[in-house]
Ligand binder design. Structure first.
Ligand code: ZN
Length: 252
């Protein structure tokens, strides 16, 4: 490998993907259209934003509202979790009246919401990563490249697989062979792609301690998914930008 290509937020934003600052605004503007199968408690989110940021999402034109970034929202939640604190307002008590469970639920909701928003917006953008892969491939440089991405969206993943190549994420995926088409075709290249903040097409089973790939162009969108082996609830591997870096997951 001679060339490392680093893809940060700007790479996805150049394709029209939502930048972090606009994700909450997009959610609250479109929340009435979000299917009930998604587990977002709109009232809880609205109360949280009202009490912590003074934003009333029920009033006025949200286009003019300055929403906090994901770093700011997760920073508050992570700090509350680290210090075992709770929020006074919002009726945020969890069913078992454990404040930290309430904050954990809110944090999970925020991460799910981010997955949902990115998933639905990225489907409608022009994937300029395809041009990058096509150009590297036609100039016979692709074999010498590996990619590092901090983005959860799967724009670069789709660009690679659309050219018929497979991806080495640097960690074992239990269903990788099942997902790869033409694995034994000599023209198929395996391109290293290290997604250090996780990815929308990864799911982790904490019971089996295994990672699964959503095959094809599929990406998780905020819905709950069960493990095929143990039927337990699978977790998204999305480590959002936050002031408190998370190194808990072995696969990252
Ligand atoms: Zn499992």
């Amino acid at each position: 490998m001679k060339y490392a290509i680093f893809l940060g937020a700007g790479a996805s934003a150049s394709c029209g993907a939502p930048v972090q600052n606009n994700l909450f605004k997009e959610y609250f503007k479109n929340r009435s259209n979000i299917s009930r199968r998604h587990c977002f408690d709109a009232d809880k989110m609205a109360t949280f934003f009202c009490s912590q940021f003074g934003i009333n999402v029920e009033e006025g034109n949200l286009d003019n509202v300055d929403f906090p970034t994901f770093e700011e929202v997760l920073g508050i939640l992570d700090l509350a979790l680290a210090k075992d604190e709770s929020f006074r307002e919002c009726g945020l008590a969890s069913e078992d009246h454990n404040p930290s469970n309430s904050i954990s639920q809110l944090r999970q909701m925020v991460v799910d919401l981010m997955a949902y928003t990115i998933y639905h917006q990225v489907n409608f953008v022009e994937n300029k990563h395809k041009e990058l892969i096509r150009s590297l491939d036609s100039n016979k440089l692709l074999d010498d490249c590996f990619f590092i991405s901090t983005n959860y969206d799967i724009l670069i993943d789709n660009a690679i697989t659309d050219k018929g190549h497979s991806i080495d994420y640097g960690c074992h995926m239990v269903n990788h062979a099942f997902c790869v088409e033409n694995e034994f075709n000599s023209n198929v290249k395996t391109i290293p792609l290290y997604k250090i903040h996780g990815s929308l097409n990864w799911l982790y089973c904490p019971t089996c301690n295994e990672m699964t790939l959503t095959c094809g162009k599929g990406a998780i969108d905020g819905e709950k998914k069960s493990c095929d082996t143990c039927k337990g609830l699978m977790q998204k591997i999305i480590i959002p930008p936050t002031y408190f870096k998370n190194f808990n997951n072995y696969f990252l």
